[in-house]
Design a protein around this ligand. Structure first.
Ligand code: CP
Ligand code: NVA
Length: 352
């Protein structure tokens, strides 16, 4: 045990500090990263989120400097739901860092249908350096993170979509700079996106206004967590039921599907309830003139957003999609280190 306890671990903050030597980022990553997971936005401190954004900027500006930093690393992705952006940005991102990816299409049955998550975790950690999960149940991601001795990333669960929310606030930082000065509005379903955006907005110290229909509100545990973060960062959080109030004076207006994956059978019933929450030109006029339109995609044009708004000059939906690649590369570098991290104390196995 003693040798484990004395093993050096690099502070993830140090890992995410800007490099002093432009030409040699791998040296900065040569110590073992603390084994961590990204299950929720709450897994990152406000300072770590800003540090992650710094690393993301470097990866975006100078991708060639990071080519090969994850050489030899292997990532597995189990997806219980379909994906375009998340799958491809993780695969392309890992490839551009020199690592490899295995994708398991888990859409035909739940991940734990054949054997227990405990047993799956203790298999995977013997072969693989990092696990990415897209699940129905959030507890599946939490349990995998508890059992597996390698990092676990939530690539969307029913409760959160942290990678998307991080890409979104990085996109806002590119446009506005200081995130503590912006008013961010979300209107629509109190779903996984709304939860991660609320937590991320609280962490960066923004003014956040969220409006949902009464019966489709936010998870109270997430709201409590966000309020605790906001006490620390001085963020201002408003939870509303009137979309017009939420959007008034906003710098950015965000919406998402009215019926998320797994709720498609409720689409008709929801369409009537959510109609006043549609982001159209009339609603956008209440926001600041420069206000950005944001959506995680896939969008349901004519439902939660009109063509006029999503195709407008103020729409940044494809910037958000692009930034999924850059933010996830930063997350991978942060979690895997790129150096001796793969032989960290949590992993009792030697890799081939
Ligand atoms: N925004 C997002 O996560 O897209 P996919 O469902 O296509 O991965
Ligand atoms: N709330 C949506 C997000 C898709 C990226 C869903 O869960 O389907």
């Amino acid at each position: 045990m003693e040798c484990y306890e004395t093993q050096m671990r690099t502070d993830p903050m140090a890992l995410m500090s800007p490099p002093t030597m432009k030409t040699n980022p791998p040296n900065l990553l040569s110590e073992a990263a603390a084994p961590r997971d990204l299950v929720s936005i709450h897994d990152l401190s406000p300072a770590e989120i800003l540090a992650l954004f710094n690393l993301t900027s470097m990866l975006k500006q100078r991708p060639a400097d990071f080519r090969g930093v994850l050489a030899g690393k292997q990532m597995v992705m189990f997806f219980e739901k379909p994906s375009l952006r998340t799958r491809l940005t993780f695969e392309a991102g890992m490839d551009s860092l020199g690592g490899s990816t295995f994708f398991v299409d888990q859409t035909a049955s739940r991940l734990n249908a054949r054997e227990s998550l405990y047993d799956i975790a203790h298999n995977l950690e013997r072969w693989i350096d990092l696990i990415v999960l897209r699940t129905f149940s959030h507890s599946v991601v939490e349990e995998m993170a508890t059992y597996a001795g390698v990092p676990v990333i939530n690539a969307l669960s029913e409760l959160e979509h942290p990678c998307q929310a991080l890409a979104d606030f990085f996109t806002l930082q590119e446009h506005f700079g200081d995130l503590s000065k912006i008013h961010f509005a979300y209107v629509g379903d109190g779903n996984n996106m709304a939860h991660s955006l609320l937590l991320a907005g609280a962490a960066v110290g923004a003014k956040v206004s969220i409006a949902t229909p009464e019966r489709y509100g936010l998870n109270p545990v997430i709201v409590t967590m966000a309020k605790a973060i906001a006490d620390e960062t001085k963020a201002s959080l408003r939870i509303l039921i009137d979309p017009r109030k939420a959007v008034a004076g906003a710098d950015a207006v965000y919406t998402d599907a009215w019926a998320s994956m797994g709720h498609e059978h409720e689409a008709e019933e929801r369409a009537a309830i959510f109609a006043p929450f549609q982001v159209n030109a009339t609603l956008m006029q209440l926001a600041k003139p420069h206000a950005l339109f944001m959506h995680c995609l896939p969008a349901h044009r004519g439902c939660e957003v009109t063509d006029q708004v999503i195709d407008s000059l103020n729409s940044v939906v494809f910037d958000q999609a692009e930034n999924r690649l850059h933010i996830q590369k930063a997350i991978l570098v942060w979690l895997l280190g790129g150096g001796v991290g793969r032989f960290s104390a949590r992993s009792s196995h030697a890799h081939a």
